[in-house]
Write a protein that binds this ligand. Structure first.
Ligand code: HAM
Length: 426
């Protein structure tokens, strides 16, 4: 038997109803905050992620699905392509490619699959879905303002509350900018020098190439060492300190609670200044329901103009997991099951179904070969609210038996009244 590839999965009904419910709610919230959708390809040049996300990150160094794409002709040059492990680099590439700076501040959102070769477990998959947003533009359009950071965080708090996600915690930090990073890296290297021989091979490499990435280490034995390393907060320059202070003040003013976490550096290289994660206890080990932050230098590192930006990505799989207790609320059920009784009745049932669907009813259609008992049982199994019986007598008289499957009550109604009766009882 051929099975789905490890770390990938099928989303089946009724769970897909929950995904649709989440996506509809998210689109509503984005609309209210004046965001518009962007769709970028699911594969891009490998170089985009190497330069955007960073060579030393776990994502780029271990987790990408990369292949050499030969051209169709011998003369075509091969390209190294990668299934996107995240969507920020792709959005910023599109921003540069289509000169979106002409439009002022771009407020973009996306919903789609991402791919990382991680060890699969509950809440962690190799194909997973993100709901993300990016706010990017020239700084003259306000893209650098702490008001953008606070507004995005407030949007997220509103969204999680609206979806009924309880007990979320916003963890907040500032990871500084290019200006203070050099001094911090120096301090980190100095602190690491005497202890690094005791650390894992990855950390030994990171200590040389990109010491900030030491904080991504998950090896238990390294944690006591990592806990003693200096934190970036002591090295922030004055503008970064001020920016971070402003973000916190606006959050307090609008009533969004947060916890400062000096160790939060995020696993991607592009972050500057504000970095954040929302966690939710019920999710267990994979408790980060979303993450994000500022990336004021990303556009330039991809060859674009200065374009400060900030964004986030929600792990949709984890969001749905956190919601699945309330899944009952969005369960899909038909309004009416039409039971054609006897030869020739499929035609009549088809006509009625068409009429009722025009009244916005959710209609499930049986088959004229089914006995009434079987039809009624199927209707109940589907959770249908009504069953409509369409036999020769009904068609002749123009009056149809409508059975309320919740109360057991049955009435006889002229066809003109069926649509109204069914939709009114919703
Ligand atoms: P990230 O922290 O790598 O950030 O991913 C964001 C979220 O995606 C995580 O918090 C988690 O919920 C979900 N996620 C990540 N990996 C997996 C996985 N293997 N299985 C299930 N869910 C997963 C980013 O991707 C950045 N692009 C976010 C961003 C946007 N920063 C600025 N703009």
């Amino acid at each position: 038997m051929i099975k789905a590839v490890r770390g990938t999965r099928d989303l089946l009904p009724p769970e897909t109803a929950l995904w649709n419910f989440v996506e509809a709610a998210v689109r509503d919230v984005f609309r209210a905050y004046n965001f518009q959708e962007i769709r970028t390809p699911i594969f891009e040049s490998t170089e985009l992620f190497a330069r955007g996300v960073g060579e030393d990150t776990d994502i780029v160094s271990k987790e990408m699905y990369t292949w050499e794409d030969r051209g169709r002709a011998e003369s075509d040059r091969g390209h190294s392509l990668t299934l996107r492990p995240e969507n920020t680099a792709g959005v910023v590439r599109a921003y540069i490619e289509h000169k979106l700076w002409d439009r002022g501040l771009s407020k973009l959102y996306y919903i789609g699959p991402q791919f990382r070769r991680e060890r699969p477990q509950k809440g962690r998959y190799r194909q997973f879905y993100q709901i993300g947003a990016e706010v990017i533009g020239p700084s003259t359009a306000g893209s650098e303002s702490p008001a953008r950071d606070a507004e995005l965080l407030e949007l997220l708090a509103t969204l999680l509350d609206r979806l009924g996600i309880k007990d979320w915690n916003l963890e907040l930090n500032s990871v500084g900018c290019a200006n203070d990073r050099a001094a911090y890296n120096q301090a980190l290297r100095k602190a690491l020098a005497p202890v690094v021989p005791q650390m894992c091979a990855d950390c030994q490499r990171r200590a040389v190439t990109n010491p900030l990435r030491v904080f991504d280490c998950k090896v238990p034995a390294d944690q006591p060492i990592i806990e003693k390393l200096p934190t970036i907060s002591q090295y922030l320059d004055e503008p970064c300190r001020k920016h971070f202070g402003e973000v916190q003040q606006i959050l307090q003013a609008v009533g969004v609670a947060f916890t400062l976490n000096e160790r939060l550096v995020r696993g991607l290289d592009y972050y500057t200044r504000t970095a954040f994660e929302f966690t939710q206890g019920a999710l267990g080990a994979q408790n980060a329901i979303l993450g994000g932050g500022r990336y004021d230098g990303l556009s330039e590192s991809l060859g674009g103009p200065a374009a400060p930006g900030i964004g986030f990505a929600i792990g949709e799989d984890r969001l749905v997991l956190a919601l699945s207790e309330s899944a009952e609320a969005v369960k899909h059920r038909p309004d009416v099951y039409i039971a054609p009784l006897g030869e020739g009745m499929n035609r009549e049932a088809g006509r009625l179904a068409r009429e009722l669907r025009r009244h916005d009813a959710i209609v499930e259609l049986g088959d004229e070969s089914f006995r009434l008992k079987k039809s009624l049982e199927t209707a109940s199994k589907l959770g249908s609210r009504f069953a409509l019986i369409v036999g020769e007598n009904e068609v002749k008289s123009g009056s149809f038996a409508l059975k309320n499957l919740e109360t057991g009550e049955q009435v006889s109604l002229p066809r003109e009244e069926l649509g109204r009766t069914i939709s009114q009882s919703k």
